[in-house]
Design a protein around this ligand. Structure first.
Ligand code: NAP
Ligand code: HSE
Length: 431
């Protein structure tokens, strides 16, 4: 049996775990049907200590030694970032090599183009690890739910931010300390801004929703807010009202419109996604035949992600042996309209600092009433005696985003309202 030779681009958190699993030759051969040989590994620094170190002679800093080696049939890209990763993937496809990648940034921006190119060249691009670490999501959307019209995706899809929120909300740890822990545990991107500001979740939502809704959703089309401005006091107030705050990625298909957004969201504690803690991820999918499906697991970390990467390698090698490529092609041909964010309907959580005197509540509720916003609950939280000020927390029923934003602005302009320190969207239904 001729071995399939693999070139690995990257030997960091994920790459070292991929190399380790591939080193278990009998295990991989049994599953792939042929030996899979780790041929060369691209790194930046030949002398860096590694969680798992393949034989030194396999390492190189010259990408062409891998990409232009005709004996290498499969390129595994786990270096991350846009460039040179995107160019290396394109080069590999052009050279007739199959590709496995964990790179959501590249796949969210250029996935459809790379998949088209791969189809034209008769090779495959697998990217299971790009979304949800070890959770089998891409194969679920591509294959297992193919019989469904998907109407909704709700997801806790970034492990780093979920870990940070948990540490802040449950353990009282500060933002910077919680982020440092997430980085030390290997959850964060090389540039943690991608996690904290919601870009990583946007990339993953783009990939999932493009496949699910059979359209090409670009990261620039996704409304995005990160978690950096969350105030710990809102975790406590939300919990008292029966909500957990999560960085939620949401995609909905509604008639001929789709909406896609990533932002901190108050999720009812009875909702399945409220129970997702630490670096775990969960994706709730609604299909017209299957109903709701929940996928849950470790969304970040070297070993869970290597599970998806090596699974892809084995699946790919298996298909190569059978002479099959593009078994299930992804279709991006639909063109639904994008619902602008200000037309989205959502419940909301508002925290106000107000004057503690008679008639203030009536002024506040009048503003909301005039904009057609119905209140679900309202609580006066704290009295700041020295300033004769109170803190009001309001939870609304679903309303149009544009009306909620207008309400925030009008409330902030009232003389009895000192500030509107928090405005968060909320899910109104438990699932
Ligand atoms: P990482 O720890 O930063 O590792 C990146 C590796 O790529 C390093 O070995 C680095 O070499 C190498 N590399 C980067 N740029 C290079 C260049 N220009 N030339 C040569 N080598 C280069 O990253 P990671 O956490 O393993 O993530 C890898 C990919 O998997 C990313 O796309 C990430 O988004 C994705 N992913 C990560 C996770 C996770 O939990 N970490 C989960 C899912 C998906 P040196 O070691 O020599 O610097
Ligand atoms: N930085 C990512 C996260 C890694 O925290 O979810 C997994 O994609």
């Amino acid at each position: 049996m001729t071995a399939v030779r693999v070139g690995l681009l990257g030997l960091g958190t994920v790459g070292s775990q991929v190399a380790e699993r591939l080193s278990r030759e009998a295990f991989v051969t049994e599953r792939a049907g042929v030996p899979v040989e780790l041929a060369r590994v691209l790194v930046r620094d030949l002398n860096k200590p590694r969680a798992y170190a393949p034989p030194r002679e396999l390492l190189t800093t010259a990408p062409e030694e891998i990409l232009d080696d005709p004996s290498i049939a499969v390129i595994v890209e786990v270096m991350g970032g846009m460039e040179p990763a995107r160019s290396h993937i394109e080069h590999a496809i052009e050279s007739g090599k199959a590709v496995v990648t964990a790179n959501k940034e590249v796949m969210a921006h250029h996935g459809p183009t790379l998949l088209e190119l791969a189809k034209a060249r008769g090779v495959d691009v697998y990217f299971e690890a790009a979304v949800g670490g070890g959770i089998p999501l891409i194969s679920t959307f591509k294959i297992d739910l193919l019989a469904n019209e998907i109407s909704r995706i709700e997801a806790v899809i970034n492990g780093t931010t979920n870990f940070i929120i948990d540490r802040m909300a449950r353990d009282g740890v500060g933002f910077d300390a919680a982020l440092a822990e997430a980085q030390a545990l290997g959850y964060a991107e090389a540039d943690a801004t991608y996690d904290v500001e919601g870009f990583d979740a946007v990339f993953k939502l783009c990939i999932m929703s493009s496949i699910a809704f059979r359209t090409r959703i670009h990261p620039a089309e996704v409304y995005r807010e990160g978690i950096r401005d969350l105030d710990p006091v809102d975790f406590a107030y939300a919990a008292e009202l029966g909500y957990a705050i999560k960085l939620l990625a949401q995609a909905r298909a509604d008639g001929d419109e789709v909406e896609v957004r990533v932002h901190p969201t108050c999720v009812p504690t009875s909702h399945l996604l409220a129970a997702v803690h630490g670096a775990y991820n969960a994706v709730l999918i609604e299909g017209d035949l299957v109903g709701p499906v929940l996928l849950y697991g470790q969304g970040a970390g070297g070993r869970p992600t290597a599970s998806a990467v090596v699974g892809d390698i084995i699946d790919l090698v298996f298909s190569m042996r059978k002479g099959i490529s593009n078994r299930i092609a992804v279709d991006f041909s639909r063109a639904p309209r994008r619902r602008p964010m200000d037309q989205v309907r959502t419940a909301a959580y508002l925290r106000l600092h107000v004057a503690d005197r008679a008639g203030v509540l009536a002024e506040v509720t009048r503003v909301l009433g005039e904009l057609g916003i119905s209140i679900s609950s309202i609580v006066q939280k704290a009295l700041i005696v020295e300033h004769a000020a109170a803190e009001l927390v309001i939870l609304t029923h679903p309303a149009r985003e544009c009306d909620l934003l207008a309400a925030r602005e009008r409330l902030a302009s009232l003389s009895s309202v000192y500030a509107v320190p928090a405005f968060l969207r909320a899910l109104s239904e438990a699932r």
